[in-house]
Design a protein around this ligand. Structure first.
Ligand code: CTP
Length: 409
């Protein structure tokens, strides 16, 4: 359990902060909400009080005997401001202390995460750009806003990221520290596949697998927060793309292959986190297959192409390729031995190996894995949030981009 301060500035996205508050308290954190006076015009203090079980005020002159304007910031393990408006960013840059939230930010020495939300014009204004740059230089973690529908009929960058996205990044920073969101992937182009392919049998049935896409989403979310330009090729993932991530939706292995081949040239890093069906039914029935009365017809299967091997075969100098392997040990080889064989067979730089079983890995928020490198090194990431494994992988990838011969340290 951590002590989290949830700052809420005065934008329409303030209504979403109630959902974020809920996610943070459900994760077991003690959350103190500090809204601005404008935020309270969008969401009443009673909502925040009921959900956080703490009194809520935006004024420095309330509870003066408690010295709240200093104490709340001093005691926090992390401060997240969502939404952070253009005005809040500007006030923070100038070290203002004209309300409880600004004073709290001025006092705090813990990690600070800002989730900006505003109209595109405001986000793209040189003043805001400069403010964001200044805050980042000071070590404040400023998330990229999402692209999409704004308050009016207009669309563009400026939406507050989904509360679930922000909550996942809060968890990452609490587990791994603010370095887990440093901007070391700025300008890098990253292509990630996620989810599990479905191979149709008829209009209603398919052969599929248990991959939820959560690990791929975590990789995309963390890479985007670290400054990368991320394209996510998602196979049957039922969650929205994280903020700042370009989404290409596919379903079958063949569609996934086409999308990856179209995107691979411009990518600096390719991560195949999707679970790809190795086989597909040779015949896809146009109509729904009837059960009939006799024995069922056997399903004839054809081999799907190995997409990762094909991508690696066309690699250009400097590209980094990462594969995933969900393995079970057997009489001949351990999980890691299977992983080492697969790494060599696929020709990737890094392979993330998971041990799988009925109750581990699939559709869970946490994961444990061993990352193997082509130089024979290995690093084990203990069980923790999927975002932590993602951040660890990006640490290793960043080192390889800077120095292709580097190891896993
Ligand atoms: N992969 C791929 N194309 C396939 C199958 C797998 O690109 N047709 C990729 C996966 O996305 C993953 C890696 O290859 O990054 C390893 O996947 P896995 O299913 O473990 O490997 P397979 O080659 O299918 O080997 P196995 O015989 O163990 O299933």
């Amino acid at each position: 359990m951590a002590r989290v301060v949830l700052g809420v500035a005065g934008g329409i996205a303030a209504y979403k902060s109630a959902f974020l508050l809920r996610l943070l308290t459900e994760a077991g954190h003690d959350v103190r909400v500090v809204p601005t006076a404008s935020a309270l015009r969008f969401v009443g203090a009673a909502t925040f009080e009921a959900l956080s079980h703490h009194p809520v005020t935006s004024e420095v002159f309330d509870d003066v005997d408690q010295v709240a304007h200093v104490r709340i910031g001093q005691e926090a393990d992390l401060i997240v401001v969502a939404p952070a408006t253009a005005d809040l960013l500007a006030r923070t840059v100038h070290g203002r202390a004209d309300d409880l939230l600004a004073a709290t930010l001025l006092v705090a020495r813990c990690p600070v995460l800002l989730a900006p939300a505003m109209h595109t014009e405001m986000w793209e204004h040189p003043a805001t750009t400069a403010n964001v740059a200044t805050l980042r230089e000071r070590g404040v973690l400023v998330l990229p806003p999402a692209d999409g529908r704004l308050t009016g009929a207009d669309t563009g960058p400026g939406r507050m990221p989904d509360p679930a996205d922000i909550a996942a990044l809060v968890e990452l920073v609490l587990h791994a520290g603010p370095e887990a969101l440093r901007r070391d992937l700025d300008g890098r182009r990253i292509l990630i596949s996620a989810g599990g392919t479905r191979e149709p049998l008829d209009p209603v049935r398919f052969l599929g697998n248990r991959s939820s896409g959560k690990q791929g989403l975590a990789l995309a979310r963390v890479a985007a927060a670290r400054g990368a330009e991320v394209t996510l090729v998602a196979a049957n993932v039922d969650q929205p793309a994280p903020a700042g991530v370009r989404l290409i939706e596919v379903s079958t292995a063949e569609q996934l292959r086409t999308a990856m081949l179209a995107e691979v040239k411009r990518a600096d890093v390719v991560v195949m986190a999707a679970a790809v069906a190795d086989f597909r039914p040779t015949i896809v029935s146009n109509g729904k297959i009837k059960k009939g009365s006799g024995d069922p017809e056997p399903i004839e299967l054809a081999r799907n192409p190995d997409i990762l091997s094909e991508l690696v075969a066309g690699r250009r100098l400097g590209q980094v390729f990462v594969g995933f392997a969900a393995e079970t040990g057997d009489a001949e080889r351990s999980v890691l031995q299977h992983g080492a064989v697969k790494l060599a067979a696929k020709g990737v730089d890094l392979l993330v190996v998971n041990e799988v079983g009925a109750e581990i890995t699939f559709d869970r928020p946490d994961n444990a894995a061993t990352i193997l490198s082509a130089d024979g090194e290995q690093i084990t990431v203990p069980r923790g949030p999927k975002a932590v494994l993602a951040a660890r992988l990006w640490d290793i990838v960043t080192a390889r981009l800077a120095d292709p011969g580097s190891g896993l340290s």
